[in-house]
Design a protein around this ligand. Structure first.
Ligand code: CMP
Length: 215
């Protein structure tokens, strides 16, 4: 719990009290935690692994809105406004998650202003990211969107060594195209081009990016 940034201001006693009301559970990769439009009753924090937040069309096409990694949280919106889940959540790999019920989550916000402020900061950051994505979808071409998405993925999920960044592959090509908001064919064209220029190397478990060259 100490490692969750949202709780960084709590002292040892407060962390112990919190530990009593949180549920800690591991989930296999590809587990659907909840679906868009479900009633929401649980707030989640990621201790390890990663979770994709996505929305789907009537025909089943998906659009990834965000990927939560260790230390991040999700599922607060429906607990705050009482409306159905605004998106679906699915583990991308084996995950360890902490969860809180609606009652305990709202009590925590009422009793700790720092935590309420942390949630507000998280919501502000998501709104900024969403505005940026709307901007990119409106004004950038597909190739630039793919490159921006790869840079964002590398910065958030990659391990840096000099100008090279290694990202352990938790996403397949369908999911990367959903994240960038491009058709898969457009994604594959950019990937082939980057591979030919030795900017990108893909192996079964990871991909490596030369960030300086990509920029
Ligand atoms: P909730 O609506 O309860 O369930 C889905 C969760 O996905 C939502 O709470 C947020 O925590 C998260 N979420 C929804 N939309 C976005 C977005 N655009 N970016 C990041 N996270 C989101």
């Amino acid at each position: 719990i100490q490692k969750v940034p949202l709780f960084s201001q709590l002292n040892a006693d407060q962390l112990n009290a919190l530990a009593q009301i949180c549920t800690r559970r591991s989930y296999k990769g590809n587990t659907i935690l909840f679906a868009e439009k479900d009633a929401g009753s649980v707030f989640y924090m990621v201790l390890s692994g990663s979770v994709k937040i996505y929305t789907a069309s009537h025909t089943g096409e998906e659009k990834i809105l965000s990927i939560c990694k260790a230390g991040e949280s999700f599922g607060e919106l429906s607990l705050i406004d009482g409306k159905p889940r605004s998106a679906s959540a699915q583990t991308l790999e084996d995950c360890l998650l902490l969860s809180l019920t609606t009652h305990n989550f709202l009590e925590l916000l009422r009793s700790h202003f720092d935590i309420a402020l942390g949630i507000m900061q998280e919501l502000s950051s998501r709104l900024r990211d969403t505005n940026q994505h709307v901007h990119d979808l409106t004004f950038l071409d597909a190739r630039t969107r793919v490159i921006k998405s790869l840079i964002t993925l590398a910065n958030k999920h990659g391990l840096r060594s000099g100008t090279m960044i290694t990202i352990k592959l938790m996403l397949n090509f369908d999911e990367i195209s959903q994240l960038a908001g491009v058709q898969k064919a457009a994604l594959m064209q950019v990937i082939r081009d980057l591979e030919e220029k030795a900017i990108l190397t893909i192996s079964p478990s990871e991909f490596k990016l030369d960030l300086a060259k990509l920029r």
